[in-house]
Design a protein. Sequence first.
Length: 473
Amino acid sequence: MPEIIRRKKAMSVNPLKASQPVGGSLATLGFDRAMPMLHGSQGCTAFAKVYFVRHFREPIPLQSTAMDQSSSVMGADENVIEGLKTVAEKSKPDLITVLTTGLSETQGTDVKRCVREFRVRYPQFEKVAVVAVNTPDFSGCLESGYAATVAEIIAELVPESNVAGQRKRQVNVLAGPMLTPGDLEHLRDIIEWFGLRAVFVPDVSDSLDGHLTDADFSPLTVGGTPLSEVRTLGEAAATFVVGASLARAGEILEQRTGVPTYRFDHLYGLHATDALLLALSKISAVPVPPRLERQRAQLQDAMVDTHFMLGFLRVAIAADPDQLNAFAHLVREMGGETVAAVAAGDGPALASLPVASVKIGDLEDLEQLAREARAEVIIGNSHAVQTAERLHLPILRCGFPLYDVVGGYQKTFIGYAGSRQTLFDLSNLALSNNHAHEVPVYRSIYGQKPPGESLTQPLEETAHGAYPTHAHC
């Protein structure tokens, strides 16, 4: 277990993390006809919305309870109750999540009690699912807010049952926030190649990756996991929990339904993907399809091709715990070393991180550690680009937000195919870094004439050109 170094600074310099309400909103956006509602000021919600729009380049439904100076002091329970009424009445969603912010948590709002009061006062909206989640942005990070929201949705909306395995071909997938829409699409394909059907909780690949509809505007999410599917999770043959941060959500689901759980800290690299396919083969009683065997061979070939660049590569990584753990294991699998690891917050994945120490901090910490450790490549989100520029190092973009590239959100990192492309990308970045691993060019003293000087050996003219009269090898 690595040493976890807690932050001691009084402030963040060049912050790394995105807040818990942003993580809770991201989880909510993976459900069909859903609306996240942040209990806080309008500025908090607007800031989060800008992040989402720049990252996904899609319209983002997001509401606020619009706390002001008076409600912050005198109490804002009415803001929550009337806000729920307004959203339920005008937008008619299937799901509303009420997510607290630093302002409402400091004020002391009990959002779960507010939801109960809303139910009593407005029984006509009983068909609208409302889930309240405590996500203060002065603690945790995107990953912890996402995980808390998924856990609360499962606890509230999945009925207790004892009919596990009734749907023999269904596999539940609790998908962590490190999985991009591209990752989810690829994972769905892998599961379907075994003759199984995946139900993702949540599914941002369907709701945040490409929608051109006939309607001019939708106030709710379009696509994502419908609540009707969420209520069938207890009938599945198995549940895959991808990401250590979702361990609690997986435990809640297993306790309520008895569906057996398979846990994967990540799906990056050869060994992790092998574990996934063995589980799928066991559940489906189907051998690994030839196309996946072919992709595995391609990954092995890529590992041979890239080990010259990636073996002994010194990498600095800044990310949420699950993604930090995934990349650190991928780098180690190739013989490289994570010489600087900075996490946006604490998380269970840090316990299995293959590094000597990890710091919970910001991008200033990453810059200092990477410089001291002589890192050769940076891995991080768009906020880390300036850090890489100051260090004169190449950067592999991942995580949230990615606002300085187009389509970064849909890149695939998982499985044999995604891991193969990631190795190629890392290798190309390593090659661009001044060819750090190549043997220096040897220049003979006889190769060229220094300015103003003659060659040390007199030349003898021959039919084939000029050569030293007494050449020595």
